[in-house]
Ligand binder design. Sequence first.
Ligand code: SF4
Length: 208
Amino acid sequence: MLGRTEKRFGIKPDWIAADTAYGSAENLGWLVKKQGIIPFIPVIDKAERSDGTWSRSDFEWDEEKDQYICPEGHSLRRFRRNYSDPNRVKKIGGTYKYRALKAHCQACPSKQRCCPNMDARAVTREPDEDARDFARSARKSRAYKISRNKRKKVEMLFAHLKRILNLTRLRLRGPNGAKDEFLLAAIAQNLRKLAKRRPRTPQTEAIA
Ligand code: SF4
């Protein structure tokens, strides 16, 4: 859709608002890193825990040092050794595991909230996690709230077409038939809106 819109109308959005169905890591990675578009999209995150223990989002990512920092301030790393061969630490786009030191976790006052059944905490980082982090931070902005309201406005119109104007299925065939039906439905929707905006006078109230 983005490609078609750009080709046909020469416009490309700075941001996109969509629902969770579009929040996969792959989609967010493509939007952020390949298209340079800000995604106001909820992130699909299966790493979130529901048992009250800390989730990955409670750990802070340190890009420069390639490590997570836990809520108690300790580092979780892929390696503890300094390898002289850079190929040993090179990332090739897979899922990586970051581990805390067992000694830190065993002595930690927050162990029950972090990893009650493990010797030490580990956190995984998926490919495109940087794009997901970006989407998460975008969600905290004021612009996200504005985009969400705009998205709901559009979605409400479609819901209204379906539920109130009963456009659950198209009756005319082919793209031209669909275009005509949607056009007529949109006209009906706009007329309904206009009718509601007319000033309230005793005469109009009597007609209503
Ligand atoms: S249990 Fe380990 S990883 Fe978790 S907060 Fe404590 S030191 Fe950090």
